[in-house]
Design a protein around this ligand. Structure first.
Ligand code: NAD
Length: 506
């Protein structure tokens, strides 16, 4: 049954209008048209806090994906975007950011009812960072440059003269595949550099959380982007996603999600020699040195794992505390976890919402059971969770066994394993003993030891006295099985550009 009467009073009028009376059948954007899937197939949108249906989205088939890719190709080849003046690309990206700012509340509420996260946090973190990122990338549109080269031409006669230079050109049609944990923010990480570079895009949001992308599609039209520059196809991974990554018309795939799907996408990309950026899973260590205040350490470790309910690729899910402070930090962390107030994300009094789906809740609860059965000590109280909704109690395990499944595998929920360590050599070895390498944080005021530790941690981001500190200008991505390439920063723009070398005999 479709119903959001119980949350209606908490939603802005514009959000309600977008959701539609009685549960809207949303459409996807191809070219300038909002359309259904050709075969009429649909996927229900479920509010994870209430388990109620909020409407539905089209389940795009391979034919729909083909239409979207061909539309993006035609828009690219027309030059309306790729050869637009860089200042015009900058202006439209800035305009989009302004429209997002105007509708920040709506975007935040859509994230909340789709994903379960707090609307207040979505507005101050997800939406604010996405707007900032579009503005940052808008600035790059006018700063794309090649170089000039003096040619040695050793095989040519000495009197021959050459002029040589490089162009940077947009790579072409981009497939952007986004997960459900930060739907709008991660969309901005893909669209921002692609559009600044002059690429056209087929965006596939996660099937669980497509609303903010569809709303963004409206803002993209309102801003005045040429039709076909951004196309949005909705649907699941095995049908819509597969059709997109295997389409020969795609020049670049940018993906964030699980390592398993990332590997599959990397292989598919090579069949068509599509360029590829993969931002994948993690099992990031939080390392507390012995000089750090235990109360602060507990509060920060709680933030590092419980932010976004642990559904963060760089979540601090392995907590290493020096043995001299271990009992104090872990005891306080468990107390903090036990007092977190669970409830739907539209009420700011609730500190943690539900997980995104029943599947994710079952997966995380499965790991909690595995942890208990494998001998780790669950030191948080198994309090009851709200009757309806996909809630999971924040959970702290204590263990001395680094080989446990809950220590090695990405759980992607509010579950942390705390472990004591002896000295720096011990913690470096254990922090790096993982297939992943996305992020790590170090907590200490001993600068000398911090500087010695940073280069020894095998991770794409190392935070010191902070965790999950993302910035538009700073590249983010993984070592090892955590991915390939970087989102954000200038490096992400480079990944949407080809280099053309021109050598001219004079
Ligand atoms: P997923 O990797 O399956 O999905 C992410 C995106 O990829 C979604 O848009 C999905 O539709 C799409 N996709 C899935 N299979 C595809 C395929 N074969 N071809 C093309 N696109 C495909 O993630 P999930 O199943 O939603 O979550 C499973 C686990 O993945 C989580 O428990 C978590 O461990 C991990 N995860 C990591 C991140 C991250 O940011 N690193 C994000 C989401 C999930």
């Amino acid at each position: 049954m479709t119903n959001f009467r119980d949350i209606e009073g908490l939603l802005d009028e514009r959000t309600l209008r977008f959701l539609g009376v009685g549960g809207h059948e949303h459409r996807m954007l191809i070219g300038e048209n909002w359309i259904d899937a050709q075969d009429g197939a649909r996927i229900d949108i479920i509010n994870p806090a209430t388990e109620q249906k909020l409407g539905s989205i089209p389940a795009a088939s391979a034919d729909d994906v083909n239409t979207a890719v061909n539309t993006a190709r035609a828009a690219f080849d027309s030059g309306s975007w790729a050869r637009a003046r860089p200042a015009d690309r900058e202006r439209l990206l800035l305009k989009l950011a302004d429209l997002m700012e105007r509708d920040a509340l709506v975007l935040a509420q859509l994230e909340s009812i789709d994903n379960g996260k707090s609307a207040q946090i979505a507005e101050s973190v997800d939406v604010t960072l996405a707007i900032g990122f579009f503005r940052y990338m808008a600035g790059w549109a006018t700063k794309i440059e090649g170089g000039t080269h003096t040619v040695s031409a050793l095989a040519a006669p000495r009197e021959a003269e050459f002029s040589a230079f490089t162009y940077r050109e947009p790579v072409g049609v981009v497939a952007a595949i986004v997960p459900w944990n930060f739907p709008l923010l991660i969309t901005s990480w893909k669209l921002g550099p692609a559009l600044a570079a002059g690429c056209t895009v087929v965006l596939k949001p996660a099937e669980q959380t497509s609303l903010s992308a569809l709303y963004l599609g409206r803002l993209i039209q309102e801003a005045g982007f040429p039709a076909g520059v951004v196309n949005i196809v909705t649907g699941d991974g095995s049908n819509t996603g597969e059709a997109l990554i295997r389409h020969p018309g795609i020049n670049k795939i940018s993906f964030t999600g699980s390592t398993k799907v990332g590997q599959l996408i990397g292989r598919a990309a090579m069949d068509n020699m599509a360029r590829v950026t993969l931002e994948l899973g993690g099992k990031s260590p939080v390392v507390i040195l012995e000089d750090y205040d235990p109360e602060q350490a507990a509060a920060q470790a709680a933030q590092a794992i419980f932010f976004n309910h642990g559904q963060v690729c760089s979540a601090g899910s392995r907590l290493y505390v020096h043995k001299s402070k271990y009992d104090s930090v872990v005891g306080q962390l468990a107390n903090l976890a036990d007092t977190i107030k669970l409830g739907h994300g539209l009420d700011p009094a609730h500190q943690m919402g539900p997980l995104v789906s029943k599947r994710q809740m079952d997966r995380v609860c499965g790991y909690i059971n595995i942890g208990q059965e494998s001998g780790a000590e669950r030191i948080t109280t198994a309090n009851s969770t709200p009757e309806r909704g996909y809630f999971v109690q924040p959970t702290v395990f204590a263990s001395t066994n680094d080989k446990l499944e809950i220590v090695r595998e990405e759980i992607f929920g509010p579950v942390v394993v705390a472990m004591p360590y002896d000295d720096l050599d011990d913690v470096v070895r254990r922090a790096n003993d993982t297939p992943y390498g996305l992020a790590a944080s170090i907590w200490s005021n001993d600068l000398s030891r911090v500087h010695k530790l940073v280069p020894r941690l095998k991770a794409g981001s190392v935070w010191v006295n902070c965790h999950n500190m993302l910035d538009a200008a700073i590249p983010f991505g993984g070592y090892k099985m955590s991915g390939f390439g970087r989102d954000m920063g200038r490096q992400s723009l480079d990944a949407y550009l080809e280099t053309k070398s021109v050598v001219m005999a004079l």
